[in-house]
Design a protein around this ligand. Structure first.
Ligand SMILES: CC(=O)SCCNC(=O)CCNC(=O)[C@H](O)C(C)(C)COP(=O)(O)OP(=O)(O)OC[C@H]1O[C@@H](n2cnc3c(N)ncnc32)[C@H](O)[C@@H]1OP(=O)(O)O
Ligand SMILES: O=C([O-])CC(=O)C(=O)O
Length: 466
């Protein structure tokens, strides 16, 4: 017998009540049992769960006199090198993302011959298996390219002769292969989606071995295969800035957690992609763009700070935009006064907005950055200053480069897979223990009740799970 649709809705809504009721934990228990909610201690600092040499994320300095932590401008180091210095050092050179990937994976900056060899290896691995585009990328196309990436990465497992071998040589081969292939999958997935769902011409352009990752993304993406030097340079800088961020960020921690179980590389990368997609992590770059579209529609005078403040307060009060109460692109788990990546991207946003005559929008971003910080501090219980993060200006920069919104978070992933790979190898090289934190049980043990003696549960909440 087929259930009526209305009936199904009713039945589901009752189950929704049950599951919400059953899953609810009394928040005061976190304090009672000293449980670190979100793995953060009472000062908001992340609980120490691992050691890494890959990158260092600094949001506080220690006052030498008092020994106290003092909020500071953020600094990010890859294998000991300040990212700002790396970007500056590469100014005369054309592209740096490949070099940074080498640095993250192998621990030192490559010499010219080493870099040339590495680029050659990447260009060999860039090739997708025969018919992969036709049989996998073009099938069951998804509106969200992060899901497409996950699906395709998981399917590449089936094309690998040694998918479950987690020896370091094999994992490195798989990592390099995925790093090289990811841009193709993202861009082809985007074209396939546009073709099937938006009736656009299908463009599948091969990558060119002599081009950098940034150039290849642009030439495969643009209908005419053309791009400017500035576009490629800015995209390359964005790729460098997103390449790693310590072991504790949600997607890299996911890499550590799943790698510690001994799972295969494809599953580990798919898991990290799932994490990065979330709007409180890498997916925030897309949310920032949507939020600005919403602000631009609802705030009549962008220069009126009071009107902006009122609207941002509405967002925080869950009365506007997506109802989550979050101002996307603001706040960070570690950084306090500034996120160094945001500082660099903001410079590019300023430069590009002048070139593209979008200064008014840039001014709006700057105002929101300043006013949102004040509003969040007023409305939330903050343990540290709040600043704009890497996702705040990145979407605006991508938009000015003509990149489609669908690819904002995939670009983050195309870059971050370098960091995930370095962390996965670090986890495996050190033969870490399986990551398995403890959970305190706060339910109640109960005697079994035979089915004929059961009565439907009431859902007004008591924390007893009866
Ligand atoms: C690449 C990246 O992942 S960068 C981050 C991208 N994410 C975003 O931009 C989403 C918006 N920002 C946020 O949600 C948060 O700032 C995060 C997830 C980045 C960091 O979260 P936390 O480490 O928990 O931040 P923190 O401890 O400073 O937050 C203190 C309080 O302020 C709130 N808060 C922090 N940032 C924001 C924000 N942008 N909008 C509204 N409230 C915020 C937190 O929810 C928390 O409130 P609570 O105590 O009621 O739960
Ligand atoms: O460190 C974090 O929590 C989030 C972040 O900025 C990143 O992963 O780039």
């Amino acid at each position: 017998m087929t259930m009526q649709y209305d009936n199904l809705e009713d039945k589901l809504s009752q189950l929704v009540e049950y599951t919400k009721d059953s899953g609810k934990i009394d928040l005061s228990l976190y304090t009672e049992y000293d449980v670190k909610r979100g793995l953060r201690d009472s000062t908001g600092k992340g609980v120490l769960t691992g050691l890494t040499e890959i990158s260092d994320v600094i949001g506080f300095d220690i006052d030498e006199r008092t020994g106290e932590k003092v909020p500071t401008d953020g600094r990010l180091y890859f294998q000991g090198y300040n990212v700002a210095d790396l970007i500056k050092g590469m100014e005369g050179r054309r592209f740096g993302f490949e070099e940074i990937t080498y640095l993250l994976l192998f621990g030192s900056l490559p010499t010219e011959p080493q870099l040339n060899d590495f680029n050659e290896i990447l260009s060999i691995y860039r090739e997708l298996p025969d018919t992969f585009v036709r049989d996998v990328v073009m099938k069951a196309t998804s509106k969200n390219m992060m899901n497409t990436l996950q699906r395709c990465v998981l399917t590449l497992y089936s094309y690998d002769e040694k998918p479950d071998d987690i020896s370091i040589p094999n994992v490195l081969r798989q990592a390099l292969s995925l790093i090289a292939k990811m841009p193709l999958i993202a861009v082809y997935g985007y074209h396939a989606y546009r073709h099937y769902h938006e009736n656009q011409n299908l463009i599948i352009r091969n990558p060119k071995p002599e081009l950098s990752m940034a150039e290849n993304i642009l030439q495969m993406l643009h209908p005419d295969g053309d791009y400017t030097a500035l576009e490629a340079k800015v995209l390359d800088v964005a790729l460098i800035l997103h390449a790693d961020h310590g072991g504790g960020n949600n997607s890299t921690f996911t890499t550590h957690v799943v790698s510690s179980s001994g799972t295969d590389t494809y599953s580990a990368v798919a898991a990290s992609l799932s994490s990065l997609k979330g709007p409180r992590h890498g997916g925030a770059n897309l949310k920032v763009m949507e939020m600005f579209e919403n602000i631009e529609e609802n705030v009549t005078n962008w220069e009126d700070e009071n009107e902006l403040r009122t609207y941002l307060t509405k967002i925080l009060d869950r009365e506007a935009f997506d109802g989550t109460g979050l101002i996307y692109g603001m706040g960070h788990a570690v950084y306090t006064l500034s996120d160094p990546r945001c500082v660099i991207l903001k410079e590019y946003a300023k430069k590009l907005s002048a070139e593209k005559h979008r200064e008014k929008e840039f001014a709006l971003y700057e105002s929101v950055e300043r006013i949102a910080g004040e509003c969040i501090a007023k409305k939330r219980r903050l343990l540290k200053p709040v600043c704009a993060n890497v996702d705040f200006y990145s979407g605006f920069v991508y938009a000015m480069l003509g990149l489609p919104k669908e690819l904002y978070t995939p670009i983050f992933a195309i870059s971050r897979i370098s960091g995930w790979s370095a962390h996965r190898i670090e986890e495996l090289v050190n033969e870490g223990k399986i990551i398995r934190p403890a959970y305190k049980y706060v339910g109640h043990h109960r005697p079994y009740v035979a089915i004929e003696r059961r009565t439907p549960r009431k859902t007004s909440h008591s924390f007893s799970n009866n």
